[in-house]
Every structure is written in structure tokens, then in C-alpha cells.
Design a protein around this ligand. Structure first.
Ligand SMILES: CC(C)(COP(=O)(O)OP(=O)(O)OC[C@H]1O[C@@H](n2cnc3c(N)ncnc32)[C@H](O)[C@@H]1OP(=O)(O)O)[C@@H](O)C(=O)NCCC(=O)NCCS
Length: 169
């Protein structure tokens, strides 16, 4: 579970049950969740409830944050810190509403999350797992200073595993 974070343009806060429709606007959009969106709000609702329940169980500093314009409550996207799927560690990820792309929000929000995770010694290393067909995310990990570790097939697609160490910056 994570506390609220502020950046120059953004507020990052934990998700709440009433955010389900805003969450669906991201996770129900096949252009955003291009590898398998939950287009039904009912399916999203179930997944969202499981996500909120998992939040309660995660250690301090790990979890998903809703990203809103600073001081507002309109959800633009999410940044997550969660156990990585095929390496022993924590991965960072991002998903933004289609109309919020291209303004640097994902990079600004992710930078704040990883800086806090390192400053509070939540992790010593963060991973990012990015599909090679995802140029926007590849650019974000580059801007954040991640280094490539290896390429491997994941979920049926070629992916690149990236890592960033606390001591790197
Ligand atoms: C990936 C995503 C979060 C990026 O959001 P965003 O707010 O547009 O990201 P940013 O603006 O911070 O950075 C995107 C960078 O990619 C660049 N970019 C955009 N389109 C690009 C393209 N087609 N090819 C290469 N780079 C591209 C942008 O110019 C920007 O880099 P810059 O700052 O050097 O100009 C958003 O596109 C998204 O939600 N995608 C779907 C979900 C997803 O794929 N999540 C990642 C799963 S690993």
C-alpha cells in the first residue's frame, strides 16, 4: 500500500472502490490494454475488487497508484509496483488513458514512484518488462535510466527485461 505522492503536475494516490469506472476507462480500452483489455465493466469490476483486496496485503510502498492532475480527482492513469512475473523482484509498470498520452505524464509519475521507492529503501532494484513492440514504454524506461538485462518471450511476445538499481542515480 502506498501513500499520496505529488509531482509538479500530478497527484498519485491509492485507488478507492468508487474509482472502478475510471479504472475501466483505462483497462477496458483495447488501445491501452492492447494485449487483452477487459471490455466488460462487470469483468473490470471483479478484477478491480481483487486488486483492492491485494493492496491491503502488500507491504508498505508496494502497490498501484491512480495518477490524477495535481489537486484533482480525474484519473489519467496508473503506476504500479508489484512482484515481477519471471524474476525475483519488484517491477514498475504504467497504463494511461488514451487521451492523456504524449504529455510526459507516465514518465513524470513513474520517476516520482521509483525515487520514493529507492529513498525509502522499499527496494534496492526495480525491474521493468517491456514488449519490444511498445516504443512508448521503451522510451520511458530509457528516460528513467533503466538498463537492458535480457530479451525473452513472455505472454507469447518478445519482451525486454530492464533493471534500475538504487545506487545507479
Ligand atoms: C506507455 C504509456 C503509458 C506512455 O504514456 P505517455 O504519457 O504518453 O508517456 P510519456 O509522454 O511520458 O513518454 C512517452 C515517450 O515515448 C515517445 N513516443 C511516443 N510515441 C512514440 C513512438 N511511436 N515511437 C517511439 N517513441 C514514441 C514520446 O515522444 C515520449 O518520449 P519523449 O519524452 O522523449 O518525447 C501509454 O502510451 C500507455 O498507457 N500505453 C498502453 C499501456 C502500456 O503499453 N503500458 C506498458 C506496459 S509494459
Amino acid at each position: 500500500m502506498q501513500d499520496v505522492l505529488q509531482t509538479e503536475r500530478l497527484t498519485l494516490r491509492p485507488f478507492r472502490p468508487e474509482d472502478v469506472e475510471a479504472f475501466h476507462a483505462i483497462w477496458g480500452d483495447p488501445e491501452v490494454i492492447w494485449w487483452g483489455a477487459n471490455e466488460s465493466l462487470a469483468v473490470t469490476r471483479e478484477g478491480f475488487e481483487r486488486l483492492l483486496a491485494r493492496h491491503e496485503a502488500w507491504p508498505p510502498g508496494i502497490g498501484w497508484l491512480a495518477v490524477c492532475p495535481r489537486g484533482e480527482d480525474d484519473i489519467l492513469g496508473d503506476i504500479l509496483l508489484q512482484p515481477a512475473p519471471f524474476v525475483d523482484g519488484i517491477e514498475i509498470g504504467w497504463h494511461f488513458r488514451r487521451d492523456a498520452w504524449g504529455r510526459g505524464y507516465a514518465t513524470e509519475a513513474a520517476r516520482a514512484v521509483l525515487q520514493r521507492a529507492f529513498a525509502e529503501r522499499v527496494v534496492e532494484r526495480l525491474y521493468a518488462i517491456v514488449a519490444l513492440q511498445n516504443p512508448r514504454s521503451l522510451r520511458i524506461v530509457e528516460k528513467l535510466g533503466f538498463s537492458a538485462v535480457e530479451d525473452r518471450e513472455y505472454a507469447g511476445l518478445p519482451h525486454r527485461l530492464f533493471a534500475l538499481d538504487r545506487t545507479a542515480g
